[in-house]
Each structure stands twice: as structure tokens, then as C-alpha cells.
Design a protein around this ligand. Structure first.
Ligand SMILES: C[S@@+](CC[C@H](N)C(=O)[O-])C[C@H]1O[C@@H](n2cnc3c(N)ncnc32)[C@H](O)[C@@H]1O
Length: 196
């Protein structure tokens, strides 16, 4: 199954930070290891899909000139805005339907793709491929434990990397994993363009 905005928003209204992103050492380590997969460069325009309450966004924004965080749960976006991250904007938006205009140097999808329906995922993959800059980077992370979703972290990561690889034959893929999560950074153009 996929999950809708209302059910996520209810979670945020009831618990504020339902997954303890603000306080969990596990989440902090996962965010740090995911961001360590990025090549050592700045990203002029970055997009974070499913940004939740903006905890990962705070660290991510340090690598970017500007960051747009999207989430379809208004309560999460309200909380993300209170962080006052100077180079970040947060908007209530559902993907694929509200995918933003323009080209992105970095697209981050952490623990979000498997909540989409099969057709929603197909549309999002096409939007990612079409809007990632020629030297762009796409970072994906997913939880391996039991979820109520039909799609798994391994499914969505494999589908994303296959879609990107088909469109950008020259690339590097950097990976990290822990017992409960996997992450990968797809770096268009390969090591030469990544600076690392
Ligand atoms: C499990 S949280 C992950 C939060 C954050 N990316 C992280 O890894 O810490 C998933 C988030 O994705 C959002 N989300 C799920 N499906 C979405 C969609 N189709 N469009 C926009 N946001 C979505 C949810 O509201 C929720 O805040």
C-alpha cells in the first residue's frame, strides 16, 4: 500500500517528531553517513523530497547554495520552517503531482520513495531523470526493517538507480549500508565531474 498525506499529517500532529529525528543518535549517524556519500562539491540548487520536519535538511543545507524541501504533511513543513535555515525553503507539496520546475544539482530522497504507489513511483523516477542536472547527484536512502508499504527500500533503490543508469551511462554509484538501512549516491558523469 501507499500512504496518504492525511495519515502522515496526523502522525506529526500527534507526536511532533514521530521518528525522533531531532534526538536519535541512530538517525544522526545515518544522516552523517548518507551525506558522506556526496562528492566534495557545493550544490547550487538542491531538492529534498519528503523532508519531514527538516532535521536532515539542516545538515544538507550546508552543502548547498539553496535547498527546497518538500513534504505533503503541512504540520511537518510548519515545523521545518521554524528551524530558520537561511538558505532553505520548505513547501507543502505532494510528488509526483507537485514536482517543482527547473533543474536540480542534487536530489535527495530519504525514506520516502517506498510510500508511493507503483504508478506514482514510475512518474517520480521519470521526473528525477528529467530534472537532474547533467553533472547532478541523486542521493537515496531507505529503511530495511518491516514497514506497511508494498515496495521495499531495496526495490525502490534498484528501480531508481536503473532509471538513472539507463539515462546517464557515465556515472559513479557510491553506497553505504547498515543492518537497518541502505543508501546510495548516483553521481552523474563519474568521478571526474564529482571532484572526488
Ligand atoms: C519516514 S519520513 C522520512 C523523512 C526524512 N526524509 C528522513 O529521512 O529523515 C517520510 C516523509 O515523506 C513524506 N511523504 C511521503 N510520501 C510523500 C509524497 N508523495 N509527497 C511528499 N511527501 C511525501 C511524509 O509526509 C514523511 O514526512
Amino acid at each position: 500500500m501507499s500512504r496518504d498525506a492525511a495519515s502522515f499529517d496526523r502522525l506529526y500532529r500527534e507526536a511532533g517528531d514521530p521518528w525522533n529525528y531531532e534526538t536519535s543518535a541512530y538517525e544522526a549517524e545515518k544522516y552523517a553517513r548518507c551525506l558522506a556519500l556526496l562528492p566534495p562539491r557545493r550544490f547550487p540548487r538542491a531538492l529534498e523530497v519528503g523532508c519531514s520536519i527538516g532535521v536532515m535538511s539542516e545538515t544538507l543545507a550546508r552543502h548547498c547554495d539553496s535547498l527546497l524541501g518538500l513534504d505533503f504533511a503541512p504540520t511537518a513543513i510548519d515545523r521545518a520552517k521554524t528551524r530558520g535555515i537561511p538558505n532553505a525553503r520548505f513547501e507543502v507539496a505532494a510528488v509526483p503531482q507537485d514536482w517543482p520546475e527547473g533543474q536540480w544539482d542534487l536530489i535527495v530522497l530519504s525514506e520516502v520513495l517506498y510510500y508511493l504507489s507503483a504508478t506514482g513511483l514510475e512518474d517520480v523516477l521519470r521526473l528525477i531523470v528529467d530534472s537532474l542536472a547533467p553533472d547532478g547527484v541523486c542521493l537515496v536512502a531507505g529503511y530495511l526493517g518491516p514497514t506497511e508499504t508494498t515496495l521495499t527500500a531495496r526495490d525502490v533503490e534498484a528501480l531508481l538507480l536503473a532509471a538513472l543508469s539507463a539515462d546517464r551511462p557515465k556515472h559513479d554509484i557510491r553506497r553505504d549500508a547498515a543492518p537497518t538501512w541502505i543508501a546510495a549516491a548516483f553521481v552523474c558523469g563519474g568521478a571526474q565531474s564529482s571532484g572526488g
